[in-house]
Write a protein that binds this ligand. Structure first.
Ligand code: ADP
Ligand code: MG
Length: 367
C-alpha cells in the first residue's frame, strides 16, 4: 500500500505560518519511510493529516491509489503508535490489544485468536493479564504496537515511538521494529528527529524543515548527496566553514576547496565537512607536513590546513577530536580508536588535517 501526498498544506491560525506547507512525497509500499527533521518541522502534523486526525487546508492524500483526503479516521485502515503509550490504564494488556477489534465487531473467539497472534508477534505472550502500570516502558510500547497492528492496518504510522525511552532500550527496540517489519511487511511511516534511527531503519527518508520537504531519497542519497545546506548540516554531525570564492576556488578560512561551477568571484560559500572525512596527521613543528594547506574534497577539490588539538573526547570505539583551525573555526573529527592510538596526539598538539571530501554550497545563508 503506497502513500502519495500531494501539496498538503495545514495552517492552525488563519493567515499564520503553515505547520505543513505544500508537502509532496511518496512512501513506497511495504517499506519503512521516515519523516526526519528537527522539533517543530511539522512531522507530527503531517502524520496526523495522513491519519485523518487533522484535515488539510489544501492538497491530497492517496493510499494505495485511492483518494483518502476526506475519508473519516476509522475508514482509513491505519494503525497509529505515539510517543506516549496512550494505553488504557484500567485495561489489561489483552483488553488493550482487543480494543479496536471490539469496535470493529469481531466475534469474541476471533478477537481472542487475534490477540494471541499479536502477543506472539510482539513477544509478550506471558504478559497478557498484566496492567500497563506493571510493565516497563519498552514493554508498554510493544503493547501499543500490538494494538495498532491488531486491526491489520494497511498503513502503520509511528510518531517518535521510542522517544520517551532510555538510549539502550531505544536502540534495542529499533532492531526489534526492523524484525517486526520484516515479519509483517506493512507499509510504515516513522516520524523521528533522530538521524541515526532514520538512516538505520528505513529504506526511504523524507527530510523536513519548517513545514516543507527539504529532500527525499534513500538513506545513502541523503547522507552522500545532501541537496541543501540544511540537509548537509542536519545529517551527519557536520562542521560548517564559511568562506568566499577567490580566483575560481573556494577559500574557506585556511582551507582552499574547489568551488561549484556556478560560483562567481567574491561570492560567499559554505563548506560542509563530515567528522570522519578528515584525516589527521601529526606534525612535529606545528606546521602542515609540507607547509601547504592542501586537502582533497568531493568535487575534485583540494583543501588543507594545520590545526591544534583543542580537546579529545573518547566515545567508545572512536575518539572525537575538536580541532582549532588558524582562522579560529573549530571542526570535529572522529578517529577510530586504533587509528587514534597510532596517531598518538594529546591536547595542545599540532596536526595536519586532510579533508577527504567536503560539500561546498554557494550563497550566504543561515542554517
Ligand atoms: P514536529 O512534530 O516536527 O516537532 P509539529 O507538527 O508538532 O512539529 O509542529 C509544527 C508546527 O505547528 C509548530 O510550530 C507547532 O507549534 C505548530 N502546531 C502543531 N500543532 C498545533 C496545534 N494543534 N495548534 C497550533 N499550532 C500547532
Ligand atoms: Mg512531533
Amino acid at each position: 500500500m503506497s502513500v502519495v501526498v500531494e501539496k498538503l498544506t495545514k495552517r492552525f491560525a488563519a493567515g499564520g505560518t503553515p505547520a505543513v506547507s505544500d508537502v509532496s512525497f511518496h512512501a513506497p509500499a511495504g517499506a519503512i519511510t521516515t519523516l526526519l527533521g528537527p522539533s517543530g518541522a511539522g512531522k507530527s502534523t503531517l502524520l496526523r493529516l495522513i491519519a485523518g486526525l487533522e484535515s488539510p487546508d489544501s492538497g491530497t492524500l492517496q493510499i494505495d491509489g485511492v483518494d483518502c483526503t476526506t475519508l473519516p479516521v476509522q475508514k482509513r485502515g491505519i494503525g497509529v503508535v505515539f510517543q506516549s503509550y496512550a494505553l488504557f490504564r484500567h485495561l489489561t494488556v489483552r483488553e488493550n490489544i482487543a480494543f479496536g477489534l471490539t469496535i470493529r465487531r469481531l466475534s469474541q473467539a476471533e478477537a481472542d485468536a487475534r490477540v494471541d497472534e499479536m502477543l506472539k508477534l510482539v513477544q509478550l505472550e506471558e504478559l497478557g493479564h498484566r496492567y500497563p502500570g506493571q510493565l516497563s516502558g519498552g514493554q508498554r510500547q510493544r503493547v501499543a504496537f500490538a494494538r495498532a497492528l491488531a486491526i491489520r492496518p494497511k498503513l502503520l504510522l509511528l510518531d517518535e515511538p521510542f522517544g520517551a525511552l532510555d538510549t539502550r532500550v531505544r536502540v534495542e527496540l529499533r532492531e526489534w521494529l526492523h524484525e517486526l517489519h520484516v515479519r509483517t511487511g506493512v507499509t510504515t511511516l516513522l516520524v523521528t528527529h533522530d538521524q541515526e534511527e532514520a538512516l538505520e531503519i528505513s529504506q526511504h527518508v523524507v527530510i523536513m524543515s519548517e513545514g516543507r520537504v527539504a529532500q527525499a531519497g534513500s538513506p545513502a542519497e541523503i547522507y552522500d548527496r545532501p541537496a541543501t545546506p540544511f540537509v548537509a548540516s542536519f545529517v551527519g554531525g557536520t562542521s560548517v566553514l564559511k568562506g568566499h570564492v577567490r580566483e575560481g576556488r573556494a577559500q574557506v578560512g585556511s582551507l582552499i576547496v574547489d568551488a561549484p561551477e556556478s560560483a562567481r568571484e567574491g561570492e560567499a560559500v559554505h563548506a560542509f565537512v563530515r567528522p570522519h572525512d578528515i584525516k589527521l596527521v601529526k606534525t612535529s613543528n606545528g606546521h602542515g607536513v609540507n607547509g601547504t594547506n592542501v586537502l582533497k574534497g568531493s568535487n575534485g577539490v583540494n583543501v588543507g590546513s594545520s590545526g591544534r588539538v583543542e580537546r579529545l573526547k573518547p566515545v567508545g570505539g572512536y575518539v572525537k577530536v575538536l580541532l582549532k583551525l588558524p582562522t579560529g573555526d573549530t571542526v570535529t573529527v572522529e578517529v577510530p580508536r586504533s587509528e587514534f592510538d597510532q596517531l598518538g596526539v594529546v591536547e595542545g598538539d599540532s596536526v595536519q588535517a586532510d579533508v577527504r571530501t567536503a560539500r561546498v554550497f554557494v550563497g550566504d545563508f543561515s542554517i
